[in-house]
Design a protein around this ligand. Structure first.
Ligand code: MG
Ligand code: ZN
Length: 219
């Protein structure tokens, strides 16, 4: 019985996700679902990318368990932000996103980020209507994240390996990590970034620019 109910739930989610995607396509906005563990640096990455993307109109749906802190930071960086509090739920679903985007000037946007709740497991099962997924992995999380949570790395068109400035302080082999990700997903884009030293941010932002305005299908 439980299995059937979960299937129904997922089907309802997928139906709403298709409607979201239609709405996004109609408004010519490219949509990225960002998935990571808590503390990987998603919000800071968006804040620090805002400056390079100032010629574009960008919206962010910020999923969080309870607070509005991340949305406030994003607004300060000059992006349009809408907070979704999931009241403890560990992922966003497509109806939450449908409600949230009503608060955004979708017709003006070039790019919309959906910052999912920090969690590497169940967000993977919930299509939100995005065009592509970005997995963010901080090197502080250790080298075994991709092999422990292959679902997200398999799905993600792009992986960002973040906080690379901490490399000298950690026992983390970057090449091994990249190879593991490529073994799980041969076609994924990989960006290696630091929001402190700005390493890799130009490449990341160039890619973002390349997928704006309806170019959101997998680059
Ligand atoms: Mg955040
Ligand atoms: Zn969940």
């Amino acid at each position: 019985m439980k299995v059937i109910m979960e299937k129904d739930l997922l089907r309802a989610n997928t139906d709403q996700a298709e409607q979201n995607r239609e709405l996004f396509n109609k408004n010519n906005v490219s949509v990225i679902n960002m998935i990571s563990s808590p503390g990987s640096g998603k919000t800071t990455l968006l804040e620090k990318s805002a400056d390079s993307l100032r010629d574009y109109n960008i919206g962010v749906v910020v999923g969080d368990l309870y607070t509005a802190r991340d949305a406030e930071r994003i607004e300060k960086a000059g992006l349009h932000a809408v907070q979704v509090n999931t009241e403890g739920m560990c992922h966003l679903n497509s109806s939450m996103v449908a409600r949230a985007v009503k608060e955004l000037p979708l017709e003006q946007l070039d790019l919309l980020f959906i910052e999912n709740v920090g969690n590497l497991v169940c967000p993977v099962n919930f299509d939100l209507g995005e065009h592509t997924r970005v997995a963010v992995l901080s090197i502080t999380e250790g080298i075994d994240k991709p092999s422990k949570y292959p679902g997200i790395f398999r799905d993600a068109g792009t992986t960002v390996i973040n906080k690379i400035d901490l490399l000298p302080h950690l026992d983390f082999d970057l090449d091994t990590c990249i190879n593991e990700i490529k073994q799980i997903n041969t076609g994924t884009n990989i960006f290696v970034t630091s929001t402190t030293t700005k390493e890799g941010l130009d490449e990341w932002c160039s890619w973002l620019k390349s997928i704006t305005k309806g170019n959101g299908q997998e680059a």
